[in-house]
Design a binder for this molecule. Structure first.
Ligand code: THG
Length: 613
């Protein structure tokens, strides 16, 4: 276990204040930075003037803080490349961590350990806007974090997240680096909410929480951009909904420009007042400062907060996925979760044609139409024989994610196509789908999809399919669902509330004897899964039931079947939302025949299938 998490269970911890502001106040010359070419590269000061950085850490520990951050905010290849020293990333991080650990050791006592927090900033490139590929950004972070771990940091802190996709890249990197190092440390992530009330790229706090919590950090919090006052409502949200511990490192107020320099004028007293209130009202676990805060600010905070046990919170967890902008809860009060089906290269001619023509505007337009039609989430399937799905997915996922604004369901039979999508979307996605057709061995499809869900923090649609094929009876559907649930939870650490089980219905149009009961078995399968696995969701690719019928008949059958499935407890459906008719709009007699078809109520002189046609 970690001393840091043990300490957090007992009391509120206080972090240090700003690094950049402190360095700026030292009025350094070119030599301090290690030469003119490196002037302004704060991270390099760790190598050129380690004594200065040590003094800064000492000044913060002197006023009584529990933890200091390493001087590594921009110490990774993407940023260091601007100074031509990207090769020094590992060295700087290791040195910065070792340096801070040395100073911490001067202050630590058995009763009062002092911690070193590895700082990981956002850098200068936004993956959501295509400035950098997810994998390149991730790998750049891996090197930084390997250095931090080698230097002995106690905690990793991904801070000042402005683009959720960037935050995810850093967290994925942290997990990979910890696995390589064979050393696990607690992981914190902090987002930056601008005065607009959103992150730079437009994410609401709810989208940030849903997306980042799914990546299992130990602490979620806010830092930078504003002073404490502007953070209040976002902290209230986190306090009510986050299952993680909470942190808050505000700036010393909103900056103003004085003599060409950013100037912060929140006094130490006002910062201490704010933290006092946040700790008691919102149950924060970690407080500290960001830009403009000085040792004097932190002294005031230490004096005010003292040694306090964290205040317990009442948490209302809402299972959800998220677009980069907003969360969408899986539970819908008045409706089922409508997943738009129309961006499917197999099943929608319009989408397929646009995709093959590289007509991305039309793809985005199809997404937007579905938003208007009432979809809550959008399914995206680019699978099409003879094309590289990874390329199509990479082109379309990012565009739709930012321009349509709904969460995405990444629908593909190929795990690498799903991963290509994951590397382009900032929100929390749903993967479609996992099944046990190839069994549960490592490297097989089930393992690969579940591993992606865990690594990228996604929910998963699970098909009731195993080594023996598609489950056709309610019993088999239920047995497979239970097996998948247990594997997902026990082996992959996925939360049950991130699983959506698909009882995979097939068309009723063939009339062959063995498919006559498919509709009823699906309905019963849903009923059993909801009754016996109470913590998971159910979903259905609705339109499958009517493949082969004429369009008007399809709309009726889809609508009536959806109604019956919902009565049985169906939570979500992949649908063309505009084509779903309310039951009262369907003629009574037509509805009765449709129900007879679904429930296979035949007599010697009556076949609802013939009647329905
Ligand atoms: N379960 C899960 N995922 C799925 C399915 C499922 N993904 C794919 C599919 N089944 C669900 N998606 C669709 C999309 C479109 C249609 C049916 C299912 C469809 N389209 C019309 C047609 O083919 O006639 C429209 C054609 C057009 O617009 O050109 O029926 O079961 N987990």
């Amino acid at each position: 276990m970690s001393d840091f998490l043990d300490a957090l269970r007992e009391r509120v911890l206080i972090f240090d204040g700003a690094f950049g502001t402190w360095v700026q106040a030292q009025h350094l010359g070119p030599d301090d930075f290690g030469g003119e070419a490196l002037e302004g590269c704060n991270e390099h000061v760790v190598l050129s003037r380690p004594d200065l950085i040590a003094r800064m850490h000492r000044e913060y520990f002197d006023v009584g803080v529990d933890a200091v951050e390493t001087a590594t905010f921009g110490a990774f290849g993407v940023v260091l490349a601007e100074y031509g020293i990207q090769d020094k990333a590992y060295e700087i991080n290791e040195a910065a961590a070792r340096l801070a650990k040395g100073v911490a050791a001067e202050f630590a006592t058995p009763e009062r350990p002092r911690f070193v927090i590895g700082s990981i900033g956002p850098g200068t490139k936004l993956p959501t806007l295509g400035h950098i590929a997810f994998a390149d950004l991730r790998d750049s972070y891996v090197t930084q974090i390997e250095g931090l771990l080698a230097g002995g940091v106690d905690v990793l802190l991904v801070e000042t997240v402005q683009d959720l996709l960037q935050g995810k890249a850093a967290i994925v990197a942290a997990r990979r680096a910890m696995a390589t190092a064979g050393r696990e440390v607690p992981l914190m992530v902090q987002v930056t909410v601008e005065t607009t009330g959103r992150l730079l790229l437009g994410s609401e706090i709810g989208a940030a929480l849903t997306t980042l919590e799914a990546m299992r950090p130990d602490v979620i919090g806010l830092n930078c951009a504003t002073g404490p006052a502007e953070m209040t409502e976002h902290l209230r949200y986190l306090s009510h909904h986050a299952r993680t511990l909470l942190s808050c490192l505000p700036n010393a107020g909103l900056p103003s420009v004085v003599d060409g320099h950013e100037h912060y004028d929140l006094t130490p007293e006002v910062l201490a007042d704010a933290h006092d209130r946040f700790v008691s009202e919102f149950g924060l676990n970690i407080v500290g400062g960001c830009c403009g805060t000085t040792p004097a600010h932190l002294r005031a905070v230490v004096e005010r907060i003292g040694t306090r046990a964290p205040v317990p919170r009442n948490i209302e967890f809402e299972p959800a996925c998220a677009s980069i902008y907003s969360p969408v809860t899986f539970h819908q009060d008045t409706a089922y979760l409508a997943i738009g089906e129309r961006m499917n290269a197999n099943s929608s001619k319009k989408f397929r044609t646009a995709m093959i023509d590289g007509d991305w505007d039309t793809c985005v337009q199809l997404a937007r139409e579905q938003v208007k039609e009432g979809a809550h989430v959008l399914d995206l399937c680019v699978d099409y024989v003879g094309r590289d799905g990874r390329v199509d997915m990479a082109e379309i996922a990012g565009r739709v994610a930012t321009q349509a604004g709904l969460p995405l369901v990444l629908d593909s039979t190929e795990p690498q196509v799903i991963e290509a999508g994951l590397q382009h979307i900032g929100g929390k996605a749903v993967l479609n789908s996992a099944n046990l057709e190839e069994g549960e061995a490592p490297g097989k499809r089930f393992d690969r999809v579940m591993s992606l869900a865990r690594e990228y923090g996604a929910a998963v649609v699970c098909m009731c399919i195993d080594e023996q094929g598609q489950a056709r009876t309610a019993d088999r559907k239920f047995e497979i669902a239970r097996r998948i649930r247990d594997l997902a939870v026990d082996r992959y650490g996925i939360e049950p509330s991130d699983l959506l089980f698909d009882c995979n219905t097939l068309t009723l149009a063939t009339g062959i004897e063995e498919s006559r009961k498919d509709g009823v078995e699906t309905i019963e399968g849903i009923r059993r899964i909801k009754a016996e696995l109470s913590d998971v969701w159910t979903v259905l690719g609705l339109s499958n039931i009517s493949f082969g019928f004429k369009p008007a008949g399809r709309h009726v059958l889809n609508s009536v079947f959806l109604h019956e499935c919902r009565e049985a407890g169906l939570d979500a459906a992949i649908v063309h939302a505009a084509r779903i008719l309310p039951m009262h709009r369907i003629d009574d007699q037509v509805r009765d025949v449709t129900l007879d078809l679904i429930y296979d109520r035949r007599t010697e002189s009556y076949d609802p299938l013939t009647e329905f046609m």
